[in-house]
Design a protein around this ligand. Structure first.
Ligand code: ADP
Ligand code: TZP
Ligand code: MG
Length: 296
């Protein structure tokens, strides 16, 4: 059912201070928040490595009983529906309930929500139990907001610009912050909308970049009670690190120059290690220089 909040109520474009965003990166590195992840089987290892590179401490505790035991101990919880099964839904329910009871924030990544029935039903059930942040691609956010469709399974078939009204409506209806990603990323709490134009198309050629960004949102909201700012920091830092990682090998080493040189237009393989390196090491000056706000 479509959401009923007034679509004509105005929102304010609001760009967070870039220095404040980087200070959250430093706080995260100092505090090393413990992040409880119920992720998907495709990307678990990558998500854990992204969190470690950022300076957070990931823990994939997936049994229903243990998940309920662990959620109050962790600083934040990340729930990802990518390879959802009925038993996993039981564990996710228990983890969310325990996190909520202990006042711990949690993040929802509604992977491929739309036309697949189990995850779509379950995502709507979870929406009713107060996610702090919802992070998804355009098709997922449109579907979650109640419009028909869904993307090409885990991939989006819509542009993020087209999904912005759905993101705003979803944020208003659920009292959540929505991080809507794609070529341009948007972060909204239903009133403020920030836009970011970093990243690189190769990020769509490596599985788990979106899932890891959702866990990154959990890491930032684990150290910052302003959920909108936390999601902005996660999206902005991911975008700048992603574009640096994608372009790290743009200069052909002189040893490879000459008639045998091979042109390599996309580099998903070298992206992954380089991305982890940039997440761990990006300095403030480069972040401030490269961060690109986008109109919202
Ligand atoms: N065409 C693109 N250009 C630049 N960055 C992109 C592009 N597509 C995706 N990204 C980046 O990749 C990350 C994951 O976003 P997205 O691909 O929307 O998620 P998902 O993997 O869940 O579909 C975000 O940081 C986003 O900014
Ligand atoms: C390929 C795949 N299939 C089920 S979950 C998944 C990973 C999706 O990762 P992302 O949403 O980050 O691209
Ligand atoms: Mg995804």
């Amino acid at each position: 059912m479509p959401l009923t909040s007034d679509p004509h109520r105005p929102t304010a474009p609001a760009q967070p201070d870039a220095g404040r965003l980087y200070s959250l990166v430093e706080t995260l590195r100092q505090r090393a928040p413990l992040i409880h992840c119920l992720s998907n089987t495709v990307v678990e290892n990558f998500v854990a490595n992204v969190l470690l590179a950022l300076g957070a401490a990931p823990a994939m505790v997936v049994d229903a009983g243990e998940a309920a035991e662990f959620a109050p101990v962790a600083d934040a919880l990340s729930i990802n529906l990518g390879t959802l099964t009925e038993p996993q839904a039981v564990a996710m329910r228990a983890a969310v309930q325990a996190a909520n009871a202990a006042g711990r924030p949690w993040v929802l990544d509604p992977v491929a929500v739309g036309h697949l029935s189990l995850r779509t039903r379950f995502a709507h059930e979870l929406l009713a139990v107060a996610p702090a942040i919802i992070r998804g691609n355009a098709s997922e956010i449109i579907a979650l907001a109640g419009a028909a469709g869904g993307g090409r399974c885990v991939e989006s078939t819509a542009r993020s610009e087209a999904a912005l009204p759905a993101a705003i409506a979803l944020a208003r209806a659920r009292g959540a912050v929505v991080a809507l990603t794609g070529e341009t990323d948007y972060v909204t709490d239903g009133e403020r909308v920030a836009g970011f134009a970093n990243g690189d198309p190769v990020m769509q050629r490596v599985t788990g970049v979106g899932c890891a960004l959702s866990a990154t949102c959990a890491a930032f909201v684990g150290i910052c009670s302003d959920r909108w700012l936390a999601a902005c920091a996660a999206v902005a830092y991911t975008g700048v690190c992603g574009q640096l990682a994608a372009r790290a090998h743009d200069v052909t080493p002189s040893a490879q120059a000459g008639p045998d040189a091979v042109s390599r237009p996309a580099r998903p393989g070298s992206f992954m290690p380089s991305y982890l390196d940039w997440l761990a090491g990006l300095g403030q000056d480069d972040f401030l220089r490269l961060l690109r706000p986008a109109d919202a």
